[in-house]
Write a protein that binds this ligand. Structure first.
Ligand SMILES: [Zn+2]
Length: 347
């Protein structure tokens, strides 16, 4: 099991990736023989802007277990098992350095991403890489925010500010259901403006409720909580972030009942035991929803996370080359309506 990506791994995967690209994408013509092989395009639908700076620590993906803690003792900042992986994913010293490293990775791996955060930070990223960034913002850009962005400010961002995605919405961290009528005006706005909406659902890190976010409720990560808001807004272009992990049965139920709804595998793709990650993605695809599963990292503070996450999909022996391309690119291109041809990428 790889603990960390290496350039050796990437190079060895390149020929396979190139073959997959020729098979399943609409490449008009083969590159000239001497041109370097560009990896097939990837869309990461779930990226944040807050990386870089002191206090952020290296991370080993795929913790093998979550540890019990004792309320009688000083508790750690999280309940993840400590690992001694060979090459932990590193952080960056400053926000600018972080952005620079991440964008270099995206250039190398041919990634376009939905970057979400407060308007100013997202615009800064957009200016640095205009062709690789789709801008997203939300009414709660921090899960601990005490107040919401006014709906008219969001309307301006989506109509004249260049923002085309509403996310991430972290109501679960506040213990609030997405169908709570107190936030309905934001979903009404998204439906009216035909803006895709991403809502955090499910994951949260080990010990989230008792260690760092006392209002967090696991029960508010139930995908079926979307049923009322979807009934009120039948045209809503909703994606369930983190695929409602680990409530797979309820997730499949929602996908079955609401054919507009998509999911992303961000966060869960690196923050659970490796076999569990595969099992969850496999269940979504084998449940019949392979055309609604979108790749995402939940890129937080580690520039190397992109390559590690792409490899989870690339190495999945339960996915066909077509299914891998759908997850890594085609499904998000269709959901986001990136171009008029995206609908034709469906099988
Ligand atoms: Zn999230």
């Amino acid at each position: 099991m790889p603990r960390n990506p290496t350039s050796r791994v990437h190079r060895s995967a390149a020929p396979l990736l190139a073959v997959a690209a020729l098979l399943v994408t609409s490449v008009a013509s083969a590159p000239a023989q001497s041109a370097p092989v560009q990896p097939p395009p990837v869309i990461d639908i779930h990226v944040h802007t807050f990386g870089g700076g002191p206090g952020q620590t290296p991370m080993c993906p795929w913790p093998p277990q979550f540890l019990a803690s004792d309320p009688k003792t000083q508790e750690g900042t999280n309940g993840w098992s400590n690992q001694n992986c060979v090459l932990p994913l590193k952080t960056a010293a400053t926000p600018d350095e972080y952005m620079k490293q991440v964008l270099a990775e995206w250039e190398r791996l041919n990634v376009t991403a939905v970057v979400m955060g407060d308007e100013a930070s997202v615009k800064k990223w957009k200016a640095a890489a205009p062709n690789r960034i789709i801008m997203g913002t939300s009414f709660m850009n921090s899960p601990t925010a005490g107040s919401y962005t006014p709906v008219e400010q969001l309307r301006t961002a989506f109509t004249t500010g260049g923002f085309t995605v509403m996310g991430e919405i972290g109501l679960q961290y506040q213990g609030i259901s997405p169908s709570d009528t107190s936030v309905d005006r934001f979903f009404a706005l998204a439906e009216q403006l035909d803006i895709p909406v991403g809502v955090h659902m499910g994951t949260g890190g080990s010990g989230r409720a008792n260690i760092s976010s006392p209002k967090f409720r696991g029960s508010m990560g139930n995908p079926l909580l979307f049923e009322d808001v979807l009934a009120r807004h039948p045209k809503l272009r909703l994606w369930v972030m983190h695929a409602g992990y680990p409530m797979i049965d309820n997730m499949l139920t929602l996908l079955q009942a609401n054919s507009h709804v998509y999911v992303d595998v961000a966060g869960l793709i690196w923050s659970y035991p490796r076999k569990e990650v595969d099992n969850y993605i496999q269940r979504l695809v084998e449940g019949g929803f392979g055309d609604r599963v979108m790749f995402g990292t939940d890129q937080l503070v580690w520039p190397g996370l992109m390559e590690a996450s792409i490899e989870v999909i690339d190495r999945a022996n339960f996915l066909t080359p077509q299914q891998k391309r759908d997850i890594l690119y085609n499904n998000a291109a269709r959901f986001l309506r990136l171009n008029a041809d995206s609908a034709s990428t469906r099988r």
